[in-house]
Write a protein that binds this ligand. Structure first.
Ligand SMILES: O=C(O)CNC(=O)[C@H](CS)NC(=O)CCC(=O)C(=O)O
Length: 319
């Protein structure tokens, strides 16, 4: 049976991947419509089945609107009540849940950024810890990239927030070079990584045009830091910044800050979700990005002779 989404012209607003289009100049000359991205805000719970239905409904709605790349937040698969439950629900990248997302990407013909999948890897039997893995699927459902969160959130705000991600998660050991997507070159990070400008600069040096921070921020830290940090990363790197977020009550003991947003390379918030689960959309204008970079060429004004080469030493190839 044909699913409902197939009745809609899915690729109306989506040019093909950069690699198929050739150089930046060819892209600029192509005068096609600007790629549209969709950013999802959800309230994941420990119920994986329910979370999948909610996320899939948002992805289908985004595909109907013509988005070519859809972003889901950290913990899109589930948010566990405690670390024991979080560990017990985790799957591998070739498990059942990823297979369902792969089918979803293929059926809808969209790329999926699945931030913060709880991944059981080959070292699970020995470490009994998981990875916090940002999975990127292409529009045929194939794995385009996987980045494992490198900065783990071990934070204690006295009497308010206790997070000890390292007690159940192994840190990732590498940064992943930006990936060519139909919306632009995409650099992958996750949540707490947002606090480290070094990784954003490393991705920028390696050619990123869009940085993404799928997140599950706490309320006290989110209300003080979320938008400021996201806009700062956008301004410093002159990239689009896309941040899908968990919102609301995930379970009895946890509330997430929400405020899913997209900032453009000038730092302007160009899309934002309101309260509760939902979607926001943004056009990615790479002509505008290039203008911002031309007008304020910070990248060529850096004084590595004075303060070293933050981000440049990363083991990433230059574009
Ligand atoms: O554990 C899961 O299931 C999903 N992962 C998370 O919720 C992670 C680790 S506990 N949360 C953050 O990194 C919040 C960062 C934050 O709030 C800040 O930097 O202020």
């Amino acid at each position: 049976m044909l699913s409902a989404v197939l009745r809609f012209p899915l690729h109306r607003l989506c040019p093909g991947p950069r690699s198929l289009l050739g150089s930046h100049q060819a892209m600029a000359a192509s005068l096609g419509p600007k790629p549209l991205v969709a950013v999802c805000q959800v309230t994941s719970t420990p119920d994986k089945e329910q979370n999948f239905s909610s996320c899939a409904a948002l992805v289908r709605a985004a595909a109907r609107r013509g988005a070519c790349l859809v972003f889901l937040p950290e913990g899109f698969d589930y948010i566990g009540r405690d670390s024991a439950q979080t560990l017990s629900l985790a799957e591998s990248l070739d498990g059942e849940l990823m297979a369902r997302y792969s089918t979803l990407a293929r059926d809808c013909g969209v790329w999926l950024s699945l931030g913060g999948f709880h991944e059981r890897s080959a070292d699970w039997p020995s470490t009994q810890r998981i990875y916090n893995c940002h999975v990127l699927l292409d529009q045929t459902g194939h794995l385009a990239a996987a980045y494992r969160k490198t900065h783990l959130c071990d934070v204690e705000l006295e009497g308010r927030v206790t997070m000890k991600e390292s007690s159940f998660t192994n840190p990732g050991t590498e940064i992943v070079p930006p990936i060519s997507t139909p919306a632009g070159m995409l650099g992958l990070s996750i949540c707490y990584d947002l606090r480290f400008p070094e990784i954003s600069l490393a991705l920028r040096h390696a050619g990123a045009e869009i940085l993404t921070y799928p997140s599950a921020f706490t309320f006290p830290t989110g209300s003080a830091h979320w938008e400021v940090l996201l806009r700062a990363r956008a301004i410093e790197t002159q990239c689009y910044v896309v941040a899908a977020a968990q919102t609301g009550r995930n379970h009895e003991g946890r509330v997430s800050y929400g405020h899913t947003l997209v900032a453009d390379p000038w730092g302007t918030v160009v899309a934002q979700c309101s309260e509760g689960p939902g979607l926001c959309y943004a056009e990615i204008d790479l002509e505008y990005l290039r203008r911002v970079r031309r007008e304020i060429p910070v990248q060529s004004h850096r004084r590595a002779d004075l303060y070293g080469t933050v981000g440049l030493q990363a083991a990433l190839p230059a574009p």
